[in-house]
Design a protein around this ligand. Structure first.
Ligand SMILES: *Cc1c(COP(=O)(O)O)cnc(C)c1O
Length: 254
């Protein structure tokens, strides 16, 4: 049984309080920052409990934007898609892929995802665009940037990010809506913040370029349970939260 379920609404409300406090401290409107539910390892029932809690909070606030849900693995995205299908179909939820995507899984992802937040190469972007064009649809994407340079993280190198963004923005099947990063794994707040500031700088540079398709690239998806305050201070428009809403994940075996 998902024993965490009864606690999810209270925990999500606490996350919204943290986001709102961080936004106000930065002189920003809390409504500029959305919470994406990062649902890796959670079962479909728990994910739905999270989405319902988010919808309740949104309804109470008169916010009719869809609830954002993010999965890391294609397999999990596909497995939980049926549970979310009705809410996604009615526009009340969006299913995002937030983990690394291999080109050979593009078809599987497009069958289940509303958006791909982890585009990190031209080859992947072209594969997504070609397939979307063939299907007569368009896909929202973020370019993922590895601001920390840590080997364990995917994402394009910061120096290559503006060029990749311009390419992605020009592809007919895709709509570039912004940028995503995972913050440095460090206790050094200045270092973590500098990485988030770097992503904001890349976003601003791309917007200012005026290149075709870049005008929509406003989102900054950055900040997780441990560093959301720093990300909001640096301009995050989406924070991706797992642990603070669903509790600690079991450590994967191996
Ligand atoms: C797991 C994960 C999150 C959420 O992390 P928490 O620390 O559990 O909030 C956010 N983004 C990505 C890409 C993740 O893999």
């Amino acid at each position: 049984m998902p024993t965490e379920c009864p606690g999810i609404p209270a925990r999500l409300a606490a996350v919204h309080d943290r986001v709102a406090a961080a936004a106000r401290a930065a002189g920003r409107d809390p409504r500029e920052v959305r919470v994406l539910l990062a649902t890796k390892t959670q079962d479909a029932e728990t994910v739905l409990a999270g989405v319902r809690a988010a919808l309740d909070l949104a309804d109470a606030a008169g916010d009719d934007r869809p609830v954002l849900v993010g999965e890391n693995r294609v397999q999990e995205l596909v497995a939980k898609a049926p549970a979310l299908a009705e809410l996604v179909g009615s526009g009340r939820a969006e299913a995002h892929l937030i983990g690394h995507l291999q080109k050979n899984k593009v078809n599987q992802v497009l069958a289940s995802a509303t958006a791909v937040d982890s585009v990190d190469s031209v080859a992947l972007a072209r594969a997504l665009s070609t397939r979307c064009e063939r299907d007569g649809r368009s896909l929202d994407v973020l370019v993922q940037v590895n601001v920390s340079g840590e080997d364990s993280k995917s994402g394009v190198a910061p120096d290559d990010a503006t060029a990749l963004a311009a390419e992605v923005a020009g592809l007919p099947g895709l709509r570039l809506t912004g940028f995503m990063t995972i913050g440095a794994r460090s206790d050094d707040e200045a270092l973590v913040r500098a990485g988030f500031a770097r992503l904001r700088g890349i976003r601003d540079e791309v917007l200012a370029s005026g290149a075709p398709g870049t005008a929509t690239a406003r989102e900054l998806s950055m900040g997780m349970t441990g560093d959301l305050e720093l990300a909001v201070a640096e301009g995050a428009t989406v924070v991706r939260i797992g642990t603070a809403v669903f509790g600690a994940r079991p450590t994967p075996a191996g």
